[in-house]
Design a protein around this ligand. Structure first.
Ligand SMILES: [Mn+2]
Length: 453
């Protein structure tokens, strides 16, 4: 029998320091190789700029640039730079203005800072002065902020270098996996609170507030704005309204919401029925379908095949639940499954919720095509150990897609009275985050829900 305190994983904060050091070494190594292969001697990465609102003295919420977050977990300080010269310790030019309208950021502390030479810079001129005089053979990643034109010699966002860096971002380091586990634990905590708010009869807005409160994050800290959809709103894939009134009746909740940890995202969807019955049964079927798909995930698997398998399994569910009048084979051949499942089965996840590099055969090769008639799939690469992907099958009752199908030759293949009885529930999506290994995958989301319960 295992001794509990030995088998428990240590608190995240105790292990991140070591993990960050080797993460950063890996980032330095792969960046040095990419720079050399593309003919540059150093890299300058911008955290991003504050964007002013038209005719106002306020700015839009700050969104840090993902290529900067590869280097540091700083996600809330604009106008910082990482300057990396292979063979040298990376330098962080940390924006610290003199200001009394806003509170300037304090110099960063924490396990990762010892890996950098950190220089406070009051403004962009100070940052420029801290950089070498000669910026030729330096690649710059970030937007073209006002004044950058004066920084002569920089190569702005060279596409080939970006491809090299993006390609390798798909494979996560152990530090990144630890962050993604933590983001899932936060997200699961939010989802549990959201489910309670739904059971208590809350509005979409109430449910979102419950999610935010339990995660301990404001909306702009989250990796994406939560999709909180009651009843038929679940049929709008990226539903954004957040209705403040409670509906007359609560039938269902579809919530797609994730939290962020050190810049890394979780992306989690759950669907709930208020009462037992055929929609609750359909959720159960979709949950089993999702678990079947997860069980087949391992390194070497072609993600396009996973997507097509999802359609095969969806065709079977449609036949079993009497939603179609034809066989599963005919549903698949006729494309009927895409009426009910009109999005990709999953995507890369990491510093961005839809992470980069999903189509690349190799840094210097062409992209891998999507399967024919599946225009929304965001990942076509074969899986490698260290990829983190979402698995998110769905089944929806979407009026415009159903109307189009009803009007053409597909009409007789759909059982319309069955569709009508399920329309008030909107739809179902069940989404977990999976870390791919050589033999299978680690389900970061189910583990997080397990730890929460
Ligand atoms: Mn997703």
């Amino acid at each position: 029998m295992a001794v509990p305190h030995l088998t428990e994983s240590p608190p995240v904060a105790d292990t991140l320091e070591d993990l960050f050091g080797s993460h950063l070494s890996g980032v330095c190594r792969r960046t040095a190789a990419a720079l050399e292969s593309c003919g540059y001697r150093s890299l300058l990465v911008h955290s991003g700029s504050l964007r002013p609102i038209f005719q106002d003295d306020r700015t839009h919420p700050f969104e840090v640039n993902a290529p900067f977050k590869v280097w540091t977990p700083l996600s809330d300080v604009p106008d910082c730079f990482v300057h990396f010269v292979p063979g040298h310790r990376p330098r962080l030019l940390f924006h610290q203005p003199t200001d009394y309208w806003y509170k300037p950021a304090s110099l960063p502390e924490g396990c990762w800072t010892g890996n950098f030479e950190i220089l406070p810079c009051a403004d962009l001129q100070a940052a420029r002065a801290a950089l070498p005089q000669d910026l030729s053979h330096t690649a710059y990643l970030g937007e073209d902020f006002g004044g950058l034109a004066g920084w002569a010699g920089l190569a702005l966002n060279p596409p080939r270098l970006i491809r090299h860096l993006d390609y390798h971002r798909a494979v996560k380091t152990p530090y990144e996996l630890a962050c993604l586990r933590a983001a899932n634990r936060l997200g699961a905590r939010g989802h549990r609170a959201a489910a309670r708010a739904f059971a208590a009869g809350g509005s979409e807005f109430d449910i979102e507030l419950a999610f935010l409160g339990a995660c301990g994050q404001r909306e702009q800290e989250l990796p994406y704005n939560p999709i909180v959809a009651l009843n038929e709103n679940g049929a709008v894939l990226h539903y954004q309204v957040l209705e403040k009134r409670r509906p007359a009746q609560h039938h269902s909740l579809l919530i797609d919401a994730g939290a962020e940890f050190a810049g890394y995202a979780s992306d989690i969807t759950r669907t709930y029925a208020r009462e037992s019955g055929e929609f609750a049964d359909l959720i159960g079927r979709m949950d089993r379908l999702q678990q079947t798909l997860c069980a087949a995930v391992r390194a070497g698997v072609d993600w396009r095949e996973v997507h097509l398998d999802a359609h095969r399994l969806t065709a079977e569910v449609l036949a079993e639940t009497d939603l179609i009048t034809c066989s599963p084979e005919e549903a698949l051949d006729s494309g009927i499954t895409s009426v009910f499942l009109p999005h990709g089965i999953g995507h890369l996840l990491g510093l961005e919720v839809h992470d980069v590099g999903g189509f690349m055969r190799a840094p210097d090769a062409d992209d891998i095509e999507r399967p024919e008639n599946h225009p929304y799939l965001r990942l076509t690469r074969a899986l490698e150990p260290g990829f983190v992907v979402t698995m998110e099958p769905g089944l929806y009752f979407i009026d415009p897609l159903l109307a189009a199908a009803r009007a053409d030759w597909r009409g007789p293949l759909i059982h319309w009275s069955r569709v009508e009885s399920l329309r008030p529930y909107g739809g179902i999506r069940i989404e977990d985050d999976l870390a791919v290994t050589t033999t299978g995958c680690e389900n970061l989301t189910r583990a997080a829900f397990g730890a929460e319960s």
